[in-house]
Every structure is written in C-alpha cells, then in structure tokens.
Ligand binder design. Structure first.
Ligand SMILES: N[C@@H](CCC(=O)N[C@@H](CS)C(=O)NCC(=O)O)C(=O)O
Length: 216
C-alpha cells in the first residue's frame, strides 16, 4: 500500500481530527511535524502541497490534499469502509450536516474562544471578546447537547466522522478556564469518546506550547 503521510504539528486541532480518523480506521501513517514552532509552511515544497500554507496536509500515493474535514472524509472513504464510511446516502447526509456545521458554526466559535482566552497573552486579553466567544460556543454546544440527549453520537446511535470533527474540541473545552454550563448530553458524549484510543492519542494533547502565543 502507498505510504500515508500526515503533515502537521500534533497541537493543531485540525491535524488532530486527521490523526483521530487515521487511528480510528487502523491506518498506518507517518506524521511529520510542520507549522507552529516547527515552521516549514513557507517553503516552496510545502506551498506546492498547500497554497494556504496551513496544516493538515495528507499525502497518499499520488494524492496530495488539504482541508481537515475533506481529509477526514477521504480517510473514512478510503480506509474506513467497514467502520467510518456508511454507504447509505441519507446516513452520510446527516454526518455531513454536522461536519459542515462544525466547520461553519461550531469551530469558528470555540476556536475564537481558544484564541481570545488561551492564545492571547493575559495582558492583551479583551474580556468582551472572550465573553462573546464563550456565548457563541455555548450556543453551539447547546445545539449538540439537544441532539446528544436523544442519541449517543451526533449523527445517531453510531459513532461517525462528525464526532471526530466536532469532538476534536472537547479536550480544550473541558480544560480551558471558563464557566462551563452543565450539559449532560455533551458530558456523556465526552465520556464515550474518551473510551476511544484515537481520541486519546489524537485530541488529548497538551496545548502548553500555544498558551499566550499569537504568532501562528
Ligand atoms: N480550514 C483549514 C484550517 C487549517 C488551519 O487553520 N490550520 C492551522 C493549524 S490548526 C495552521 O496551519 N496554522 C498555521 C501554523 O500552525 O503555523 C482546515 O480545516 O484544515
């Protein structure tokens, strides 16, 4: 089988989704540290792989691709036919609904919170910006909580790649110094995800190197 290489630092939330999907499908891969404190995204070789100069990038044989959610879908389709890739279009539609909602609504909110609170040095923090980001994050979390009161996972009673892309937020959500309203559906989901080795390996990764660091 052609080699699978994932380019990107382990502390990147977007890289973490790809690591988790690769682990979940039992795929053998190499991860190469790029971006953040490692640099390497401005070289002609990297720009040829991703003109956005961002991680993750995945290479597999002749394929070179970027965008974390597209990578997760590719990994599911290519390596997860028995595990992560439902053949039924209606099932995939709901998984994609939550996956795209994470990209457009949930992740921008929780990442804004992470940036305004964790990545901004204390002296430069803007309390109003933090509050607004927390409010938007909680609003999105409540939408997931309502679903998770009804089903074990976001797209139904089976684990799916929607849980990977949205669940990649949870280590940070539950360790950031914020006032977290209790949401029993989200909390039970977090406990379920913690049973998965791919979540522990991919997502439960220290973000110490990002604290107070706005540079990348
Ligand atoms: N929409 C892109 C966003 C990628 C992105 O913003 N990556 C960040 C890390 S999470 C990055 O490469 N930042 C520059 C750096 O870390 O040096 C995706 O989902 O893959």
């Amino acid at each position: 089988m052609s080699k699978v290489v994932l380019w990107g630092r382990a502390s990147s939330a977007n890289v973490q989704k790809a690591v988790w999907a690769l682990e979940e499908t039992g795929t053998t891969f190499i991860r190469t540290d790029v971006a953040g404190r490692f640099g390497g995204t401005d070289t002609p070789e990297f720009i040829a792989m991703n003109p956005n100069r961002l991680v993750p990038v995945l290479t597999h044989g002749d394929l070179t691709m970027w965008e974390s959610h597209a990578i997760v879908r590719y990994v599911a389709a290519q390596f997860g036919t028995d595990t992560l890739w439902p053949n039924e279009p209606a099932e995939r539609a709901i998984i994609d609904q939550w996956t795209d909602w994470t990209a457009t609504t949930f992740q921008p909110a929780w990442l804004r919170l992470f940036w305004t609170l964790v990545r901004t040095p204390e002296a430069q923090r803007d309390a109003a910006a933090i509050d607004a980001a927390l409010e938007a994050s909680v609003r999105a979390m409540r939408i997931m909580d309502a679903q998770l009161q009804k089903t074990a996972y976001l797209a139904g009673d089976d684990f799916s790649y929607a849980d990977i892309v949205a669940g990649a937020s949870l280590y940070r959500w539950f360790t950031m110094e914020i006032e977290r309203p209790s949401m029993s559906g989200v909390e039970a989901w977090h406990e379920r995800l913690k049973q998965r080795p791919g979540f522990i390996k991919g997502v439960c990764v220290s973000y110490d190197e990002l604290v107070g660091r706005l540079a990348f």
